[in-house]
Design a protein around this ligand. Structure first.
Ligand code: BGC
Length: 289
């Protein structure tokens, strides 16, 4: 059964009392810098000043939209948000809640609060920018493993996620990303590629669970543009569906591998909120046993 957005569990923020911090540059060096130190954010230091409902008269966010976004590629919105008429609809729906628009600029307001930056930063769209994170797990003996990719942008290990293209369903994206990023056999060995394709479609035909669906505390977020993701678990309990999935890094991809899940180790570090997603997968798999 294909996974549809409406059938997935509604979850919006990582935890009940969640306050974003990477979206304020708190994890960056220097502190309060935006993404890889592209600019300095206006420092929103105090957790109590993050929510819009708390007045902050001295708040002076910095306007910033990266030149690659301003150049107007296909994936980017027009510069003037007032030209966009379908906020809160279709591909612009947020998994958190209905977001409000600034009365003057027409720009959406980040549902998680202040970030110190206005504009879109590195993100193409005003409002939610949707990603999909397919989390594929299997038992290898007594060890739970997942498919991990070493990201090209920052070298961190991650779930092989990607942006959702406009008009595509989440499940198609999960599959496309998996085939693109984790499999690179198509040119080298067409017969084996068919087997792999079949394994991938079998695997993705039956999602095990939606682990998370909502806002991501991402360092690229701004007051007007933010990341959301759907993390879907595909657990191959019998090992049948993944036995043909030999993982090989493609030319343009980072390394891809089956990574043992070791949540007790401090060295088990992953990109963005991915460790949290792995924890959810672990809880799900072991609860289900
Ligand atoms: C990544 C996803 C990640 C999301 C939010 C996307 O660019 O591909 O793996 O969950 O950003 O940080």
């Amino acid at each position: 059964m294909p996974l549809s957005v409406s059938s997935a569990t509604a979850m919006s923020l990582p935890t009940k009392n969640f306050i974003h911090s990477k979206a304020r540059g708190l994890a960056n060096e220097p502190r309060f810098s935006y993404a890889n130190n592209l600019i300095a954010r206006f420092p929103v230091e105090n957790d109590n000043l993050v929510k819009w409902s708390t007045p902050y008269d001295d708040y002076r966010p910095v306007e910033y939209t990266h030149k690659s976004v301003l150049a107007g590629p296909v994936w980017a919105d027009p510069g003037d948000a007032r030209e966009i008429k379908d906020f809160n609809e279709g591909k612009r729906v947020s998994f958190t809640r209905k977001y409000s628009l600034d009365e003057v600029s027409g720009r959406p307001e980040n549902p998680a609060g202040r970030t110190g930056v206005i504009g879109r930063g590195l993100l193409g769209q005003y409002g939610p920018n949707h990603a999909a994170d397919p989390l594929v797990t299997r038992m290898n003996g007594s060890v739970l493993e997942f498919v991990a990719i070493k990201r090209r942008d920052n070298g961190e290990w991650a779930i092989p996620g990607g942006m959702v293209d406009a008009g595509q369903t989440v499940s198609q994206t999960l599959k496309r990303e998996f085939l693109e990023e984790a499999q690179n056999l198509l040119d080298k060995d067409p017969d084996q590629a068919k087997i792999v394709e079949k394994s991938v479609s079998d695997l993705f035909a039956s999602p095990t669970e939606t682990l998370y669906k909502g806002y991501v505390d991402d360092p690229r977020n701004t007051d007007n543009a933010w990341m959301e993701t759907v993390c879907t678990l595909f657990h191959d309990a019998s090992g049948e569906m993944t036995k043909n999935l030999k993982l090989e890094a493609g030319d343009d991809a980072g390394a891809v591998k089956w990574m043992p899940i070791d949540l007790k180790s401090d060295d088990f570090k992953l990109y963005a909120s991915h460790r949290d997603f792995i924890q959810r997968a672990w809880d799900f798999v072991y609860k289900a046993e």
